[in-house]
Ligand binder design. Structure first.
Ligand SMILES: NC(=O)c1ccc[n+]([C@@H]2O[C@H](COP(=O)([O-])OP(=O)(O)OC[C@H]3O[C@@H](n4cnc5c(N)ncnc54)[C@H](O)[C@@H]3O)[C@@H](O)[C@H]2O)c1
Length: 310
């Protein structure tokens, strides 16, 4: 019995999701839609899938929906899908407001539906290779910077880029968030395009996060510092470098680069499997909500400082 999936939103991410889903065995893309009708028709022809003019029609006959529309519309579309008994894969960030995310999480729980969020770095093979050896992170440093692309400017860089790293940090740190401080700059758009944040956890772990969409180069990395081990993961290249203290002021270094990396395919596979009753996705709606709550604390901190200045 094939799993019928609707794809809603066919921009940069939606087209990638569509191409991966069309290649899955046992999955049928039963409807696609985009408010840009021409774009939807073009992909309908290219992938030989039915095109709908409204998302409400695209989910007719579907058991799953992949939503890759701008963040502002996530809540409304996901809520309708869940209310109609459709499992939801929602691109990150889960929603704009935490109360919207809470409602989606509750709705999915009540209806027994999968609600997965697209924090795809959790499936990065270089990071998953490090995880079994990570014991107690003391310092975590993340960098996610890119030149300005003009996409996702409906939200600031915290919700656009840093949210991936907030999810990673929350999955790695053992304690609860104690304190947050941050600085932000509006560079190209009217929202923060560059943000640096410091998050302190109850177990003493401190995370330092840098995100910018106004940078001169592209970089996505995370470094996890422990008492006797450092893990550096180049998330873009799929490379892990581990530095271990071997005593007597000596260190040993090992390197690993993964051959193949396709985290979008992996997260979609988890989604359709979970919808079919097999396994649980790595990133749940609750994870998406926690990352959003922390993102909002960071944004509140910056906004508070700006208010103080005026
Ligand atoms: N996981 C990742 O690494 C990653 C990377 C980039 C973007 N994203 C997320 O994916 C989502 C989409 O981002 P993007 O870069 O693909 O944006 P995009 O602007 O390229 O695409 C969005 C598409 O949605 C369509 N759309 C808008 N409102 C709609 C509606 N109500 N119904 C149907 N279609 C609608 C637009 O016409 C457009 O084609 C955002 O939430 C973004 O944060 C995730």
């Amino acid at each position: 019995m094939p799993v019928n999936v609707a794809v809603i939103g066919l921009g940069h991410m939606g087209r990638i999701h569509l191409s991966k889903l069309c290649a899955f065995e046992g999955v049928t893309v039963s409807g696609i839609c985009d408010i840009d009708d021409e774009r939807a028709r073009e992909y309908g022809t290219q992938y030989s899938v039915p095109v709908c003019t409204a998302y409400s029609d695209a989910i007719n006959g579907a058991s799953c929906a992949v939503i890759a529309t701008p963040t502002e519309s996530h809540y409304t579309i996901a809520r309708e899908c869940l209310e109609r008994g459709v499992h939801v894969f929602l691109e990150k960030p889960i929603t704009v407001l935490p109360e919207e995310a809470r409602e989606l999480v509750d709705l999915a729980r009540l209806r027994g539906l999968v609600l997965q969020v697209g924090h795809l770095e959790r499936l990065n093979p270089a990071l998953t290779r490090a995880l079994p050896r990570v014991t107690k992170p003391l310092l975590i440093e993340t960098r996610r910077v890119s030149p300005f692309t003009g996409r996702s400017t409906d939200v600031d860089v915290v919700l656009d880029l840093m949210i991936h790293d907030l999810d990673l940090v929350l999955s790695l740190a053992h304690g609860t968030v104690q304190d947050v401080s941050a600085q932000g700059i509006c560079f190209v758009s009217r929202l923060y395009d560059t943000v640096n944040a410091r998050v302190e956890f109850s177990d003493g772990c401190v995370a330092s996060l840098m995100a910018s969409r106004a940078a001169a180069h592209r970089e996505r990395s995370i470094t996890i510092y422990e008492e006797r081990q450092t893990f550096y993961v180049d998330l873009m290249q799929g490379k892990l470098v581990t530095v271990t203290s071997t005593g007597d002021q000596k260190t040993g270094t090992t390197e690993f680069t993964c051959d193949q990396m396709d985290p979008v395919k992996d997260e979609l596979l988890q989604f359709v499997m979970a919808a079919a009753g097999h396994g649980t996705p790595s990133v749940s709606g609750v994870d998406g909500l926690k990352a959003l709550e922390l993102a909002n604390r960071i944004r509140d901190h910056i906004a508070g400082k700006l208010r103080c200045r005026t």
